[in-house]
Ligand binder design. Structure first.
Ligand SMILES: NC(=O)c1ccc[n+]([C@@H]2O[C@H](COP(=O)([O-])OP(=O)(O)OC[C@H]3O[C@@H](n4cnc5c(N)ncnc54)[C@H](O)[C@@H]3O)[C@@H](O)[C@H]2O)c1
Length: 258
């Protein structure tokens, strides 16, 4: 029997990047996973099937706009009993704080923070009732340190760690844990696209772009692999995770050690 057999998981923002890797890791361990994202279900069907085939798991997909509270309620109703909740969806808006449009700030707060509050408040009563639960909030290195030209991201990722601690303390005498993952630069399409765009804009060659990228980031000077972050999420769902709660766990190649 696989370790997460009989558990049901919900992963938000799961169509690509880390969410997809976490879905695959949980499904491969036997969890029944519902993925959710902005892509319409029909457009995601081939991907969903491919993921089922590669993991040998059971995976469902549902479209939901997490900026919309009504969509979240519908998503949580259709997900049913959620034992493992992974709040992974994200919006990112770049620019100096005075140039960020208020609608960009609002979107970051809605998706990166408020949506997590809603999914947790919907999922938690059932977890407590069934005497087991794992809440994993995907924060970031930018939840632990500051950074320029991404005030909405930095603010929400810090706040998500605050929410994680509050929930963990409220659940401390129950078998429900709540933790935040704080990855450094992870090679997902979102990051790859930004680097490729910079190379295209010129004048620097890819090696120079990467050199400048690493100069202000993780000392290991290599990307984190999404599968490794996913493995950490799966580890938290195993028995060794029983007493890990309220933690903000870096996987950042020593970036936060600087
Ligand atoms: N990639 C990195 O280097 C890195 C580093 C640290 C933390 N993280 C965190 O990991 C998580 C995943 O990152 P990623 O790089 O895979 O991101 P990504 O952009 O590839 O995936 C995020 C997903 O969220 C979805 N999303 C955005 N707005 C939404 C909305 N309103 N409703 C529903 N879904 C919505 C997007 O469609 C997308 O599929 C994020 O929380 C991010 O902050 C990533």
């Amino acid at each position: 029997m696989r370790p997460l057999e009989g558990r049901r998981a919900l992963v938000t923002g799961a169509a690509g990047g880390l969410g997809r890797a976490i879905t695959a890791a949980l499904a491969a361990q036997g969890a029944q996973v519902m993925m959710s994202d902005l892509v319409v279900a029909e457009a995601f069907e081939a991907d969903r099937r491919a993921l089922e085939a590669s993991t040998g798991g059971r995976i469902a997909y549902r479209h939901a706009d997490l900026a919309n509270a009504a969509d979240i309620t519908t998503l949580m109703q259709s997900a049913g009993a959620v034992d493992i909740l992974v709040n992974n969806a994200v919006t990112r808006h770049f620019g100096l704080v005075e140039t960020l449009h208020p609608s960009e700030w609002d979107a970051d707060i809605a998706v990166n923070l408020t949506a997590c509050f809603h999914t947790i408040r919907h999922a938690l009563p059932g977890m407590k009732q069934r005497d087991w639960g794992r809440i994993i909030n995907v924060s970031s290195i930018y939840g632990l340190i500051g950074g320029t030209e991404r005030a909405g991201y930095v603010t929400t990722k810090h706040a998500l760690i605050g929410l994680t601690k509050a929930v963990a303390l409220e659940c401390a005498q129950t078998p429900v844990t709540c933790n935040a993952l704080c990855p450094g630069s992870t090679y997902t399409p979102a990051i790859a696209d930004r680097i490729e765009a910079q190379v295209k804009r010129g004048p620097d060659a890819r090696e120079v772009v990467l050199e400048k990228f690493w100069a202000e980031r993780q000392p290991t000077r290599r990307f984190i692999e999404p599968e490794k972050v996913a493995a950490l999420a799966a580890f938290l769902c195993g028995p060794a995770g029983d007493d890990i709660t309220g933690a903000a766990l870096p996987m950042d190649g020593a970036w936060s050690a600087m």
